[in-house]
Design a protein around this ligand. Structure first.
Ligand code: PHE
Length: 338
């Protein structure tokens, strides 16, 4: 019996294979197992021997069982260890790094360009009174020019002096607010904000961004405006780009212009993407004397210029993005390119 025990122990301890351990269990403890057979012989022994051998057999049985169990546990342990093995020297998984949305990047870039020449970035209400968006900008009630801004009106009691409530249809509404805030020129404002108009196609979205510049001081003239536009075009689009101004009409500027920049594709020679080498940027002009007066500034002492362009528009012109809706799609395959 002792020999059986020693032999069994040696074999069991030599393996941690679960299947082999099952086989060994059967070999010793199964119905026809070696130990079982020996135990079956016990009743044939005489009384004193029977008791002694009986106790020994129990010990051997327990020892074999315990050893098999502990080998099984070791096997399980080993399995877990190999499976969850932690190699601290292994390079980690790189979490994907995000970045600012392209429109936010453009807003930051435009801000930096104008801050370098002394413009101060401001923000004004997105839900605004009619006065700041229209009437104060020399567009009286029912004036046909208002139709160009397909305005969203907010249901609200109208203000006795400032009129109805609107979602800002352009950043020009910041002009009067800035004049009121600063009081006395010089003024060098950069107002970048969300604008809302009832429009939606490949180059218009109902919510978009504009950036508006306003400069008011003594002796400000068109050459200051042209210089500022050229500076922006070169900084934002590239050294080789040029701007031109064309006569246009806005109620709040006189004279008014539309600003073009040389085409990205043909560099001014003329191609299918542009109008004879030029691409339209947006509006600008010299601040109308009525607007200066409405802002509490004496038009005999001070003059100023203003321009207001779409952030998405300049962005699309810089990179040749064909459809404004891509910018609002949240499509990562598009956005990750920038
Ligand atoms: N506010 C005008 C627009 O939305 C643009 C503009 C701004 C024109 C400033 C002249 C001066 O179209």
């Amino acid at each position: 019996m002792i020999r059986l025990k020693n032999q069994a122990m040696a074999i069991i301890l030599a393996t941690q294979d679960k299947k082999e351990l099952e086989v060994l269990w059967l070999k010793y403890l199964g119905k026809k197992g070696e130990l079982t057979s020996l135990i079956k012989e016990i009743p044939k022994l005489d009384q004193i021997k029977r008791k002694e051998i009986g106790m020994l057999a129990n010990d051997v049985k327990r020892a074999i069982e315990e050893t098999i169990d502990s080998q099984k546990l070791k096997a399980e342990d080993q399995r877990l260890k190999t499976k969850e093995f932690l190699d601290v020297t292994m390079p980690g998984k790189q979490p994907p790094l995000g970045h600012l949305h392209l429109i936010s990047q453009a807003i930051e870039e435009i801000t930096r360009i104008f801050e370098r020449i002394g413009f101060k970035k401001v923000t004004y209400p997105e839900v605004e009174w009619d006065w700041y968006a229209f009437t104060g900008l020399n567009m009286p009630q029912n004036h046909p020019a208002r139709d160009e801004w397909e305005t969203f009106f907010v249901e609200n009691l109208s203000h006795p002096k400032y009129g109805q409530t609107v979602l800002t249809p352009h950043t020009s509404s910041g002009q009067l607010r800035e004049m009121e805030r600063v009081g006395r020129p010089p003024i060098k404002m950069l107002n970048i904000a969300k604008c809302y108009r009832r429009q939606s196609d490949i180059s218009h979205a109902p919510m978009f961004y504009q950036f508006e510049g306003l400069v008011i001081d003594q002796g400000i003239n068109i050459t200051n405006l042209k210089g500022t536009l050229d500076y922006f075009a070169k900084e934002y689009f590239g050294r080789e780009r040029k701007t031109r101004i064309r006569p246009f009409h806005f109620q709040f500027t006189e004279p008014s212009f539309e600003v073009d920049v040389t085409c990205l594709v043909c560099a001014g020679k003329g191609c299918r993407a542009c109008k004879q080498g030029w691409m339209e940027l947006g509006g600008a002009g010299m601040v109308h004397s009525v607007v200066l007066k409405n802002g509490g500034i004496d038009p005999k002492k001070f003059t100023g210029f203003a321009f207001g362009w779409g952030v998405e528009r300049v962005l699309m012109m810089k990179y040749g993005i064909p459809d404004i809706r891509l910018l609002f799609s949240g499509n990562l395959r598009f956005l990750n390119q920038f």
